[in-house]
Design a protein around this ligand. Structure first.
Ligand code: IPM
Ligand code: MN
Length: 360
């Protein structure tokens, strides 16, 4: 009997459905080639549904999604809905309720892709950010008092428990051991760098730093440990990205530095991420958002969604299929596509999907 995975597909808003269609095309090709099945079920969660019904996620959504092997997401965000509602009510809600406490975001420059970094190529831009994904400022702890008066006060707290910090760090150490630069034959050591702000956030990053060294020294002595302040990290991501191997950081810092990272790998058209619950259901997405102005034009770049699909297969244990997709994407960026930007690829969205699917 061939193995069949149950995949929940959430195309979402804007260009989400277009890039998800190409992702599905490539995933289906990989499944046929490598002899496994994909049983895909689509859900209509997103802005259109919210505007039509007033509902963000049905009460049963999370329980239902828990019965799948993985979730493949397009994009959440709609110009007709006030910012924050869909993001918090759908995307963050799913990350939290499914306890996807890791956001894995590789920063990898593919062959033939233009980077804004001078004199840097695929050898130099090749690292991974492990972003904590369910804690920190994102928990929404805080509030507003005396609203509308001159004395109005707004508080939004950065909240971290030892449990949250430790499980994230352990994932990052394990990841560095398996997929760090030594494991990939590219350096003498696997290195995990903590990115923080110990010079100002002296409570939260004290907890992160103590846990980092304690867990690292005790359980991962083979992994080299480094520390960078987040502001300096931004500088080195531009100046010396080759210094990095695996980076681990808090939710908000990870959010910010991975947009910078995405830009250095050719932009949002190629950047993929995984919201991972190592013991549950994970969700894979292009990190670029819904790009409403390109909706329905068949010009958006689907490669980020396709790469998210490859990450999904890797997490499901279909390593050969994931690698085949990655190799196909590299061939397409290296020999076909002119630019990764929407409308400038030299091919339409569906043609890019075809190019990758044929090669898989
Ligand atoms: C991301 C996005 C989200 C985040 C938003 C849309 C809530 O920016 O996935 O990086 O901040 O995590
Ligand atoms: Mn972001």
């Amino acid at each position: 009997m061939k193995k069949t995975y149950k995949i929940a597909v959430l195309p979402g808003d804007g260009t989400g459905p277009e890039v998800v269609r190409e992702g599905r095309k490539v995933l289906t090709a990989a499944a046929a080639k490598f002899g496994f099945g994909l049983d895909m079920t689509e859900f209509d969660f997103g802005g259109e549904r919210y505007l039509r019904t007033g509902e963000l996620l049905p009460a049963t959504a999370v329980d239902e999604l828990k019965t799948f092997d993985a979730i493949f997401l397009g994009a959440i965000g709609h110009p007709g809905v006030k910012p924050g509602i869909l993001e918090k009510g759908i995307l963050l809600q799913l990350r939290f309720d499914l306890d996807q406490y890791i956001n894995l975001r590789p920063v990898r420059l593919y062959p033939g892709v233009e980077t804004p970094l001078k004199n840097k190529g695929p050898e130099q831009i090749d690292y991974v950010v492990v972003r904590e994904n369910t804690g920190g400022i994102y928990t929404g702890t805080g509030g507003i008092s005396m609203k509308g008066t001159p004395h109005e006060v707004a508080v939004q707290s950065m909240v971290y428990s030892r449990h949250q910090v430790e499980r994230c760090l352990r994932y990052a150490f394990e990841y560095a051991r398996k997929f760090g630069k030594k494991a990939r034959g590219k350096a003498d050591a696997n290195t995990l760098a903590l990115v923080g702000k110990t010079n100002v956030l002296t409570y939260v990053f004290d907890l992160w730093e103590r846990t980092f060294h304690e867990v690292g020294a005790r359980d991962y002595p083979d992994i080299k440990r480094e520390y960078y302040h987040v502001d300096a990290t931004c500088m080195y991501m531009v100046k010396s990205p080759e210094w990095f191997d695996v980076l681990v950081t808090s939710n908000m810092f990870g959010d910010i530095i991975t947009d910078l990272g995405a830009e250095t790998q050719g932009g949002m058209g190629i950047a993929a991420g995984g919201n991972i619950n190592p013991n549950g259901v994970s969700m894979f997405e292009p990190i670029g958002g819904s790009a409403p102005k390109y909706t329905g034009m068949n010009i958006i770049n689907p490669l980020a969604a396709i790469c998210a699909g490859a990450m999904m297969l890797e997490t499901l244990g279909e390593f050969k299929a994931a690698e085949a997709i990655e190799t196909a994407v590299k061939e397409v960026t290296g020999t076909k596509i002119k630019s990764l930007s929407a409308g400038k690829m030299g091919y339409s969205t569906s043609e890019v999907g075809d190019l990758v699917a044929e090669r898989v």
